[in-house]
Design a protein around this ligand. Structure first.
Ligand code: ATP
Length: 430
């Protein structure tokens, strides 16, 4: 790579099948421009002579199959060219999936259902994005199923979702501008309520299967499932559950041979389990870095990308106009459970929450469930399995006046009155 200065930026000449990796310094931004040749960022092609801006903390790889030159301006923490990438192996995986789609088309069958697994920081989300972009560039309509409740690429953290992919992810913004199907999970680790996690996985699988029955393109496109980095104990069981709920045909295991062997042992023999190396470019992210990324995702939900495009509303909501629930009662010893009730039931129970000061800053999901009356014993049916129509943040609680102030993407009134509380908090600094 010949680095030279031109037009205020640093020029990098990339040979074919190499990539330029860079990280943007905290508080800075970096501009990237493709000068000659062809290049892509995680599967999305770059346009020539267009300036792409990446915000603080972005970790980017510009890959070229044919060779190219690009220029970078702004403060990068690191910027280097690597010849050693697993892109050819990822492309092979894509080619195999495309063959399966062709076969599905011919034989009137389902397209590939793929689960991408591995420990944290091995590039799972990146591989999903790459496979989706390559598929959509060939005219396919694959579905992204996002089960990573910590770092969702689709919606706010604490959710599980599905999104039909109709165009490659935006180079700068990712998937933000489409309409996903989103379920409330409520926390950033599946371990907080593994029963709920598995149940919502099954819900998503059901909805996806129903869609495939009526939409041939969706069926042939198949799905790419992004999972959590928790691959031991119940986390591992959740992967096995997911594979069966979605009737997965292919599992791509990134980086971990042990996980690969376990899945080969435990999944039915017709499931193809493939071990793939992780890219040397994937950067490990600290706890703080993950927290910031989550905050940013929530900020984006309310204010739009780069805090510039949406204008959220603030208004008061009377306690008497809403019903707030938490999913899952705290676990109690088996011996104390009412007769005929199991620990599982408590994890999936809707527990009414009395609004108080401690609600401040919590993110609440607005459930699409009908605002029907409570049934016998205060049981509301269907809330767990209902998708979410949006999110609000409680910015103030006035127990005297019995109202709370909320931040909402839409003006009052709230579209529905059933609210589900998340463990996740967001402090609005605007
Ligand atoms: P998680 O632990 O959250 O599940 P993950 O395994 O899904 O993480 P990614 O989110 O795909 O990992 O990647 C982690 C970070 O590394 C991201 O910021 C991504 O942009 C960056 N990254 C991925 N591949 C490369 C690469 N080849 N060069 C530079 N940065 C990369």
């Amino acid at each position: 790579a010949g680095a030279g200065v031109g037009g205020g930026g640093t020029r990098f000449d990339l040979e074919k099948e190499t990539e330029l990796r860079f990280e943007v310094e905290a508080g800075e931004k970096v501009q990237l421009e493709l000068l000659t040749g062809l290049a892509e960022v995680f599967g999305s092609e770059l346009n020539r002579n267009k300036k792409y801006t990446f915000g603080p903390g972005s970790k980017i790889a510009v890959f070229t199959w044919q060779g190219c030159s690009v220029s970078l301006s702004g403060k990068t923490e690191v910027a280097y060219v690597s010849k050693d990438t697993p892109m050819l192996l990822y492309l092979n995986a894509h080619t195999a999936l495309e063959q399966m789609r062709r076969q599905a088309e011919r034989d009137n069958e389902k397209g590939p259902r793929v689960m991408v697994v591995g420990p944290t920081d091995v590039g799972k989300s990146t591989v999903c994005r790459l496979l989706l972009s390559y598929a959509v560039r060939l005219g396919r309509r694959p579905t992204l199923v996002e089960l990573d409740v910590g770092q969702s690429g689709v919606s706010v953290p604490g959710t599980m979702s599905a999104l039909c992919i109709e165009r490659p992810a935006d180079v700068e913004e990712g998937y933000s501008v489409q309409a996903p199907l989103v379920y409330h999970f409520g926390s950033t680790t599946p371990g907080t309520n593994i029963k709920l996690y598995n149940k919502l996985t099954s819900c998503l699988a059901d909805v996806f299967s129903q869609r495939c029955e009526v939409n041939r393109k969706a069926s042939v496109g198949g799905c790419i499932i992004n999972t959590c980095g928790w691959v031991k104990g119940s986390g591992y069981q959740a992967l096995v559950h997911c594979a069966s709920a979605f009737e997965v045909d292919v599992v791509l295991v990134l980086d971990q041979e042990r996980l690969y062997n376990e899945l080969k042992r435990d999944l039915p023999h017709f499931v193809r389990v493939v071990l793939l190396p992780k890219s040397g470019g994937v950067v490990e992210r600290s706890k703080d870095c993950r927290r910031e990324a989550r905050d940013e995702k929530i900020r984006e939900y309310f204010y739009g990308f780069r805090s510039a495009s949406f204008f959220p509303h603030a208004f008061d909501v009377r306690f008497s106009d809403v019903r707030i629930y938490k999913i899952g009662a705290p676990s109690i010893p088996d011996s104390c459970l009412p007769l005929g009730m199991s620990q599982d039931d408590t994890q999936l129970k809707l527990v009414p929450v009395t609004p108080g000061r401690d609600l401040t800053h919590h993110v609440l999901s607005v459930s699409c469930a009908d605002d029907g009356e409570e049934g016998a014993g205060g049981v509301r049916r269907g809330v767990l399995e209902s998708p979410v129509c949006g999110f609000i943040v409680v910015t103030n609680v006035d127990t005297q006046a019995q109202v709370m102030t909320v931040l909402s993407p839409a003006p009052r009134p709230l579209p529905r009155h059933t609210l589900l509380i998340m463990d996740i908090r967001f402090i609005d600094l605007k």
